[in-house]
Design a protein around this ligand. Structure first.
Ligand SMILES: Nc1ncnc2c1ncn2[C@@H]1O[C@H](COP(=O)(O)OP(=O)(O)OP(=O)(O)O)[C@@H](O)[C@H]1O
Length: 255
């Protein structure tokens, strides 16, 4: 299933935050949305997922979601959004409870999702017992349990330390290689965008407009930190964002 946004614009109380965003996310593709703080990335993601209605433009889904999909669009958030009194398995099962599934099918989906992220041995643990990386793996497993057509990821690694981030990036690359999931991946981190994005959509500062779309041909599983192909993409994107990032930073400080 493809996700197609056409001419999206949005404003809050007269403040324009997004302007004329047209974007197609093709099935099996990870699109990284990169832009400075406050440029409207999260707003755009919410509109892509139908959580917020754009002031102008529209979002369409083309084609059928995977046969086993329970929710075509599912989010993964920066703060994990786990329920503290539920176990890892209980958290992964949560979105399944809104669907008519037999107990065996529910258990199968939970077990498979936990296996995909390497958490089978932690099914009975509670979130407070987990590291940040394991919490986010749990949230990713919960998203996978519904077999979404498109995964909407809002800075999913921002709350993690650098080493954990690297491990999670490797996990996401492996998961993509195994399942070819489709995702929109919001980040303000250029390195993350070039490691995970088949295409990197570079947004301007507020109001967010598409400044450039950078395609990275190197297969995800061959991308390495410091490789020449990634280095070139990183430089190209950094040239595009550096001025905007500095201006956005000043804007945040001075209001
Ligand atoms: N519900 C809301 N009501 C009013 N203003 C909002 C609302 N949500 C976001 N904004 C404003 O819209 C702008 C874009 O916010 P958004 O969170 O989409 O940006 P972002 O690029 O995701 O930012 P960051 O990288 O800092 O998370 C910001 O100026 C923000 O303050």
């Amino acid at each position: 299933m493809d996700l197609i946004a056409t001419g999206l614009g949005h404003a809050y109380d007269g403040l324009t935050v997004l302007d004329d965003i047209s974007l197609t996310v093709a099935s099996g593709e990870i699109v990284a949305l990169l832009g400075p703080s406050g440029c409207g990335k999260s707003t755009l993601l919410r509109m892509l997922g139908g959580l917020e209605r754009p002031v102008t433009g529209r979002v369409e889904m083309r084609g059928a979601p995977p046969a086993a999909s329970l929710n075509p669009l599912t989010y993964v958030f920066q703060d994990f959004a786990l329920v503290p009194w539920r176990t890892v398995a209980g958290n992964v099962a949560l979105p399944l409870e809104h669907h008519r599934l037999g107990a065996a099918e529910r258990a199968r989906r939970v077990a498979e999702a936990l296996a995909r992220v390497g958490l089978s041995d932690f099914a009975s643990a509670y979130p407070r017992q987990l590291s940040g990386g394991m919490k986010q793996r749990t949230a990713i497993a919960r998203a996978f349990a519904v077999e979404p057509a498109v995964l909407l990821m809002d800075e999913p690694l921002s709350a993690l330390d650098a080493q954990t981030r690297d491990l999670l990036i490797e996990d996401l690359v492996r998961l993509w290689t195994e399942t070819r999931f489709t995702a929109v991946y919001v980040t303000h981190n250029v390195a993350e965008a070039v490691r995970l994005g088949h295409r990197v959509v570079v947004l301007s500062r507020r109001p967010g407009r598409i400044r450039a779309v950078v395609e990275i041909a190197e297969p995800l599983d061959r991308r390495r930190e410091g490789s020449p192909a990634l280095g070139a993409a990183r430089e190209q994107i950094w040239e595009l964002v550096r001025g905007e990032a500095a201006a956005a930073d000043r804007e945040m400080v001075h209001g």
